[in-house]
Design a protein around this ligand. Structure first.
Ligand SMILES: [Fe+2]
Ligand SMILES: [Fe+2]
Length: 314
């Protein structure tokens, strides 16, 4: 057993990719199921806050782009559920965990989308943060996960650009539009920094995940990258960052920033965010109302299979 674990670690250290049929430590398998399924759930639940604005987009062009984006997120969820299934868990089990409130998903999606500017902000900041996280994951050690991330990242950059373009339009618009953009940044900035997870000192999984190349950078490193990129983009938009402590630090070569309210983060993670209940209720409703579609698909597949067997018999 020890030899197997050592060989496994050597493979990872050499930069080899682990495939579903390869031997892997049970903890590696479980950690991946947890991470990939949380990621899949985030893509699926993430459709809800944006779906809220699909019927109220300001123009037809915006509607087409938003529809395409929300549909992409559904696709991301499906690739990721498939990647999780290669580790020996069924999709039904994964949905059951989500619907029962046992599985986690990104806490950012438990915040409400109150104005059209929030759709711009989600693309700019939330998809922006997702890209920072996910570009790293294209080089993660587990093959099916890494390959899913390559395709996902290409689509995320379209999402980020459509969000930034919405922000740009609002910021170049009337005073009211600009104010709407600023208000949205004020509400979403801190939750988007929380997307990178707890500080390194408190992150329970970081060390092992780095060793197995599930993670290639720590939460705090990724968060710093997000701050550095966003502060510059906010300048282009002419928006003010809602953090008086943001200041360029010549010595570090990075922006310093203020203290994150981790109490708020843990409240949302534990299920007490503004929309946790609403999101779970929406997922359960979709699952229940979709039962007939799943049954019909299975019945159709069985019919097709029976036809094939008949044809072979003849
Ligand atoms: Fe996505
Ligand atoms: Fe996205």
């Amino acid at each position: 057993m020890q030899d197997l674990e050592k060989d496994f670690q050597d493979r990872i250290d050499r930069g080899e990719v682990i495939e579903p049929r390869d031997w892997m430590p049970e903890k590696y398998r479980k950690t991946h199921i947890r991470q990939i399924s949380q990621h899949a759930h985030s893509e699926i639940v993430g459709m809800l806050p944006e779906g809220n604005w699909l019927t109220r987009t300001p123009t037809l062009r915006r509607k087409v782009a938003l529809l395409a984006k929300v549909q992409d997120e559904a696709g991301h969820g499906l690739y990721l559920y498939s990647a999780a299934e290669t580790l020996g868990i069924s999709r039904d089990e994964l949905f059951e965990q989500l619907n029962a409130g046992k599985a986690k998903y990104s806490s950012i999606f438990n915040y409400p989308t109150l104005s059209w500017a929030d759709i711009g902000i989600i693309g700019w900041l939330v998809d922006g943060a997702a890209i920072i996280n996910q570009v790293m994951l294209t080089r993660t050690s587990y093959g099916p996960y890494a390959r899913a991330m390559v395709k996902i990242c290409k689509e995320e950059s379209f999402h980020q650009r459509q969000g930034f373009e919405i922000m740009m339009t609002l910021c170049n618009g009337t005073a009211v539009q600009k104010q709407m953009a600023q208000d949205s940044l004020n509400r979403w900035w801190w939750p988007s920094l929380m997307m990178f997870g707890p500080p390194d000192a408190e992150s329970t999984h970081t060390e092992q995940s780095m060793k197995w190349k599930i993670k290639l950078k720590t939460n705090d490193e990724l968060r710093q990258q997000m701050v550095d990129v966003t502060v510059e983009q906010a300048k282009v938009l002419g928006l003010t960052m809602p953090d008086p402590d943001i200041k360029w630090n010549e010595e570090r070569g990075h922006y310093d920033f203020g203290e994150i309210d981790w109490e708020e983060f843990w409240q949302v993670v534990k299920g007490y965010g503004p929309c946790n209940k609403e999101r779970l209720a929406a997922r359960n409703k979709a699952w229940d109302e979709g039962a007939w579609v799943r049954e019909a698909a299975v019945a159709y597949a069985e019919k097709q299979a029976a036809k094939r067997t008949q044809a072979i018999a003849v």
